[in-house]
Design a protein around this ligand. Structure first.
Ligand code: TYM
Length: 332
């Protein structure tokens, strides 16, 4: 079975539809015929300041949400990044392999540090993609299911893998990004040419999976649409309608062409009303299930401990190879 690895940051009380349609749904699907490792990236979360109590709570909420959406601990190892020390240890080696200029070209750092200025950003935020490369390479995965915004980090990961392999000895597999074109970038409901984002979107622009379903329905109904009245997929001229069609299509497994046909002659209001119903139907059981799982902390802890052990075994074995090849003396 090909191996798969991916992670998500616990930086909000809820995942949003960009996370779900862009990445998490692929996590669930890939379980069927792959061997997956999925983790909650709490080391990445602290690259910007976090409240400790909130971080702890959000990490467990993230785990509950992953289980609620169908990640099956019988098929996938699900774990917390900070509980597997090899991630931080391998990241140091990768740091030493990365050029300063190379790190500087990462666009996410430029975006995220733009507000307060580069001087206010942490060094952790600067080296964030290098830790991500370590996360990935330790598990030697074939595929990394993510949204479009992670593509550059995957390219860096491949570059570093190749560099390590050629400088020392073939150690890492060059992982392929697994990015579904249709849902690679879910748009902000209020600003559909920008991605839906927990840090950049206004609350009105983002549908949170754990929001009160009534609130989510209302957000869909007040989504920005475009001039004209025809319901047609056209990312250039109709980004708002196209984004709604994308969400609709992927939640109902209906093709965009079928939706266009179904809505021929109807108005934007009809589309939004129906999509609001689809969303409510989807999030209601998800939310109930998540809350149920959060009530059973013992179960959650067991699942995460089992995942930690599986991850630890694989990651430590790779780290041992890395340390030996770099020239570190093994302890007696
Ligand atoms: P994070 O936590 O920001 O997001 C989790 C996943 O959601 C995807 N995503 C989107 N996809 C489509 N449309 C959107 N609007 C949208 N918003 C978010 C992201 O692409 C991501 O796949 N750096 C990672 C976490 C990470 C990681 C890793 C991922 C750490 N180590 C190793 C893969 C492998 C991140 O910030 O994801």
């Amino acid at each position: 079975r090909p191996r798969v690895l991916s992670g998500i940051q616990p930086t909000a009380d809820s995942f949003h539809f960009g996370n779900y349609l862009g990445a998490l749904r692929q996590w669930v699907d890939l379980q069927r015929d792959h061997s997956p490792f999925f983790f909650i990236a709490d080391l990445h979360a602290i690259t910007v300041e976090q409240d400790p109590r909130q971080l702890r709570e959000r990490t467990l909420r993230a785990a509950a949400q992953l289980l609620a959406m169908g990640i099956d601990p019988q098929r996938s190892a699900i774990f917390i990044q900070s509980q597997v020390p090899a991630h931080a240890q391998a990241a140091w080696v990768m740091n030493c392999l990365t050029g300063f200029g190379e790190a500087r070209r990462m666009t996410q750092f430029k975006d995220k540090s733009a507000k307060g200025g580069e001087g206010a950003a942490s060094v952790g935020l600067f080296t964030y993609p290098i830790l991500q490369a370590a996360d990935i390479l330790l598990y030697r995965p074939h595929y990394v299911p993510v949204g479009e915004d992670q593509r550059q980090h995957l390219e860096l990961t491949r570059d570093l893998a190749q560099r390590f392999n050629s400088r020392y000895k073939k150690t890492f597999r060059l992982p392929e990004p697994y990015i579904l074109k249709a849902t690679a970038k879910i748009g902000d409901l209020q600003n559909p040419t920008a991605k839906m984002s927990k840090s950049a979107s206004s609350p009105q622009g983002i549908i949170e999976m754990l929001d009160d379903p009534k609130v989510s329905a209302k957000k869909i109904r007040s989504a920005v649409t475009d001039s004209g009245s025809e319901i047609r997929f056209d990312a250039e001229d109709k980004p708002g309608v196209s984004n709604l069609l994308t969400i609709y299509s992927s939640l109902t497994a209906t093709s965009i062409a079928d939706l266009e046909e179904q809505y021929a002659g109807k108005g934007y209001g009809d589309l939004k009303k129906d999509l609001a119903d689809v969303v409510v139907e989807f999030v209601t059981p998800f939310r109930d299930r998540t809350l149920e799982l959060l009530d059973d902390q013992a179960h959650l802890t067991t699942v995460l401990e089992q995942g930690r052990q599986q991850a630890q075994e694989v990651a430590q074995a790779t780290l041992d190879d890395v340390y030996r090849r770099v020239g570190f003396v093994a302890s007696a």
